[in-house]
Design a protein around this ligand. Structure first.
Ligand SMILES: [Fe+2]
Length: 245
């Protein structure tokens, strides 16, 4: 009994010890449900710098209904942030991409091409939380034929994903990579999310890790994130591709 307790002892994680590049964040000001203005952007960035993050990719939502962003709105928000960072002499690497919702408009964006990539030809995508798009396999095929590779954001959080990981076969068949939200491991989103994240991590199926930082509440948790000691070992032993972004 004592040894089980010891094995699952919680430890506080310094994120910079695992990864120094955050490839999923909502730090660009005023264009989605992340930082509402540039002052909040700066405060979130400062907070994450204290956690050891040295490079950010801002990935605002692009959704056909809720967040109608495009390359222009995202570039403008980035410029606002860059100006403020320069004025305040904050030296930090920030780039931008997007988090594309696989919705009814996404195939049109694919046809237009010129998508915002996280690195190389890789795009960050998400699906609705409550259901898997019925034509998902067709969309994954279209992503590939358009010359992109998808990174699926926070697979552990979707309600249609459970402990049986077989659902991911079709994603892997289309070369999709998986990105872990580090907060999932702390139970922040719920126990199912935590367990699925641990299972995917155990199986070595994640290649990217991100904060998905939206606001002060996330920052607070990320600054003092607590996870099981055994899980921390696995995080440390994973060869995260973040270092290549
Ligand atoms: Fe996100």
């Amino acid at each position: 009994m004592f040894s089980i307790f010891k094995k699952n002892k919680k430890v506080t994680v310094h994120i910079g010890n695992i990864v120094e590049q955050d490839m999923h964040s909502h730090i660009l000001p005023g264009i989605d449900d992340g930082a509402a203005d540039v002052d909040i952007s700066i405060s979130l960035i400062r907070g994450m710098m204290a956690c050891g993050i040295k490079k950010f990719i801002g990935t605002p939502h692009i959704m056909s209904e809720l967040h109608k962003n495009n390359r222009d709105t995202i570039t403008n928000a980035y410029q606002k942030l860059k100006t403020a960072l320069d004025e305040q002499q904050i030296e930090i690497a920030v780039r931008y991409a997007a988090e594309y919702m696989i919705d009814e408009n996404f195939p049109n964006l694919l046809k237009e091409g010129n998508l915002l990539t996280v690195t190389g030809n890789k795009i960050l995508v998400e699906t609705p939380f409550y259901y898997e798009p019925i034509d998902i396999e067709d969309i994954l095929f279209q992503i590939e034929t358009a010359g992109y590779q998808a990174i699926l954001a926070h697979p552990e959080r979707y309600h249609f994903v459970d402990h049986k990981l077989g659902i991911f076969k079709k994603y892997f068949d289309h070369n999709v990579e998986l990105q872990l939200n580090i907060l999932s491991l702390s139970g922040y989103y719920g126990s199912k999310e935590k367990e699925v994240a641990e299972k995917l991590l155990d199986a070595g199926l994640y290649t990217y890790i991100g904060t998905d930082l939206h606001h002060e509440r996330h920052l607070k948790r990320l600054s003092h994130i607590q996870i099981d000691r055994s899980v921390l070992k696995k995080l440390e032993n994973t060869d995260w591709l973040n270092k290549h972004i």
